[in-house]
Every structure is written in structure tokens, then in C-alpha cells.
Design a protein around this ligand. Structure first.
Ligand SMILES: [Mn+2]
Length: 364
């Protein structure tokens, strides 16, 4: 493993050195993992004299994520790309299973793809690809790459502390507060631990459950139903700013004793459009959320314990009856979920479990 990482770290540097200005594009919601990983990637680029710009067209919405950006001064530009693609000569994607970006792919070469989700088949060439599903976060991979470059790569004390603290939150978020750490995650955490900015870690960690989440939690509890150890909750229309709250609610609902999987979904209202967003959680390490999600839609992905998808519904912005639209989306989503994974296979499993139990009790 060590040798592989060292080689990978060297290859990363070789790949980025061919370019002058790399666009680091954040796909989807800017969570602590993708922001920290992008930040450290940018630091590496800058150390080797390569310019890079991190762009996220979506603003962070959770109070804690906003605080991470502010308190760690993360250099992220929250704008849509529009005509600015010409400023760059390559792009990088971190923490996402696909590298396709409309308006960028095909215009700029994809130089770097670093991720920890289940890989997705895609025929877009990538110069440096580093996908490890045995990492709990992309920040884990960045911490380990950084560590393997430390012979040549040096940062100021401030930058080292800041980068380590950002990666800490990236790993923490994606491993459910370090509950589901892999060997790689543990290695990464011990490599950044000595450099953490402890007061900042304390300050950011003490943020409370957001007030807005209470209302959505109430909606979820009101509309939930249980099906084969799944808890399914549609929460109706929500504002784009509240999108990340769905993940918090999924985490919370998973604590219920008689279930092992959760999906929370809603119609997210954006400035000029709509999406169907779904957030998945499970506490079964071997349950393949990625596979389930892929059967429902190609616009999503998963990894152990977590998953999500987003389906564009922009056309339905013209629908004059919101209740009807929600009903349509709700019924379709529940049906898709049941068809693609919650129902049939589980019943077979359940049946064979019953048979097994019967056999066992016969033996006894
Ligand atoms: Mn991640």
C-alpha cells in the first residue's frame, strides 16, 4: 500500500505539471470532504507553481459547512462558470464518481480524478485517476498523498494546520464522526492529528442542530413509512439552501432501532428549476447502496453507509399544481425504490431466512 501511494503521489505531481491553470470543479453540494480535498489539491498545485481555481456553483447550506469555509478561509469561488472556462487549460474532479461537467468536458482535458465512491463506467479520458473505495473520504486520500510528498512538499505552519483541520472535517463528515473508519482513514487521521488547529476544531464542532432542520424532521416523521427494514420519507418541496439538511435528517432517522436503511427525498426548488433529491443511509457495512442507486438513476452514487441521487425536473417548473406534482414524484419514487431494491430481493432473503430459522428450530 505504501509503495503504491508513493508512486501515486509522484504521478499526481507529474500530471499537474503539464498545465498552467487547473480548474477544480465541485460537482453537487459542497460538503466538507470535497471542499477540504479540493483545498489541499490546490495547495499542492501552488507549491509546484501551477495555478488552480476551485469553483462551486452551489453555495454551502449547513451552518457548520459555512463556518468551515469562513474560519479556514477556504479559497473557493462560489459562482457559475459561464464564459470563464477559457481561463483554464485543464480540470480536476474530486469526491465524485463521474468527471463529466457540461460545458467543461470536451473543452478542457480532465487531468485529475480522485474519489472514494464506487466507480462508474465513463469513457472520458483522465490523465491521473485515483479511486479507492477502501477510503472513507476523499480527504483521507489527500492526507495520505500529502504525507507521501512531504520530502519535497513543505507548507508554512499556518497552512499545514489549516489544511490538516480542513481534512479532519472532511474525514469526520464522511465517516459519521469517525464511526465507520477504514484502515486508510485511521492512517490519514494519525498523519494530520499532530498539526490540527484545536481551538478551530472545537469552535466548528460546537455548532448545534439547525433550526430549519426541525421542521423538515417533523415532515419526515409525519410522512415516513417502514418497508422491509427501510424507512422511507418524502418531505415535499424544500428550498435549495436547505438541501443539505436532508442528510442530517437521514442520519438521525437511522438511529431508530427497527430499521437499517433510510431514504429521505424531496423536490428541491432552485432559482430556475427543480430537482428530485434523495439521501440514503444504512448501517449495514455490506449493503451496496451504489448498486441500488445505479438501478434507479445514473445521476447519483453511493459508497458504504451513504448515497444520494438527483434527478433533474426543470421541465416541471411549469406545472401549475404543486400538490399534484409532489404526488406524482412521490408515487414514482416510492415505486422505483420498491422495484429496484427494497422489495423483491429482500423478500427472497426474508423467505430463505425464515426457512433457515425453521430448519434450525427443527434441529433444536
Ligand atoms: Mn466524500
Amino acid at each position: 500500500v505504501g509503495v503504491n501511494f508513493k508512486r501515486k503521489a509522484t504521478e499526481l505531481v507529474q500530471a499537474i505539471k503539464k498545465y498552467n491553470h487547473i480548474l477544480v470543479y465541485i460537482k453537487g453540494s459542497p460538503d466538507p470532504d470535497v471542499m477540504a480535498a479540493s483545498y489541499v489539491f490546490k495547495l499542492i498545485c501552488e507549491f509546484y507553481g501551477i495555478k488552480s481555481t476551485i469553483d462551486s456553483p452551489v453555495l454551502p447550506s449547513l451552518p457548520q459547512n459555512i463556518k468551515i469555509v469562513k474560519d479556514l478561509n477556504l479559497p473557493i469561488q462560489f459562482e457559475s462558470l459561464k464564459g470563464s472556462v477559457k481561463l483554464y487549460d485543464a480540470y480536476a474532479i474530486l469526491d465524485n464518481p463521474t468527471v463529466e461537467v457540461s460545458g467543461v468536458t470536451g473543452v478542457l482535458p480532465c487531468v485529475v480524478h480522485i474519489d472514494h465512491h464506487e466507480p462508474v463506467m465513463e469513457d472520458i479520458p483522465v490523465e491521473f485517476k485515483f479511486i479507492r473505495t477502501d477510503a472513507g473520504s476523499t480527504s483521507t486520500l489527500m492526507a495520505i498523498l500529502m504525507n507521501h510528498l512531504k520530502d519535497t512538499l513543505t507548507f508554512s505552519n499556518y497552512t499545514t494546520a489549516n489544511a490538516s483541520t480542513a481534512l479532519y472535517f472532511g474525514i469526520q463528515t464522511d465517516t459519521n464522526d469517525f464511526q465507520y473508519q477504514t484502515e486508510l482513514d485511521k492512517n490519514a487521521v494519525s498523519s494530520i492529528n499532530p498539526f490540527l488547529d484545536r481551538p478551530t476544531v472545537e469552535r466548528i464542532s460546537s455548532i448545534k442542530f439547525p433550526k430549519k432542520a426541525m421542521y423538515l424532521l417533523q415532515q419526515a416523521l409525519h410522512h415516513q413509512f417502514i418497508h422491509n427494514e427501510w424507512l422511507i420519507a418524502g418531505v415535499g418541496f424544500i428550498k435549495e439552501k436547505q438541501r443539505d439538511i436532508m442528510a442530517i435528517i437521514s442520519d438521525f432517522l437511522l438511529k431508530r432501532e427497527d430499521i437499517s436503511k433510510v431514504v429521505v427525498f424531496s423536490i428541491v426548488e432552485k432559482k430556475n428549476g427543480l430537482t428530485l433529491d434523495a439521501s440514503f443511509r444504512t448501517n449495514i457495512p455490506t449493503f451496496n447502496l451504489a448498486k441500488l442507486i445505479k438501478r434507479i438513476t445514473s445521476e447519483g452514487g453511493g459508497r458504504p453507509f451513504k448515497g444520494a441521487f438527483q434527478v433533474n425536473l426543470d421541465y416541471f417548473i411549469h406545472c401549475p399544481d404543486r400538490d399534484l406534482l409532489w404526488k406524482l414524484v412521490y408515487l414514482t419514487t416510492v415505486e422505483a425504490l420498491k422495484k429496484e431494491g427494497l422489495g423483491v430481493k429482500m423478500n427472497i432473503f426474508k423467505r430463505s431466512w425464515h426457512n433457515l430459522k425453521e430448519k434450525i428450530s427443527n434441529l433444536v
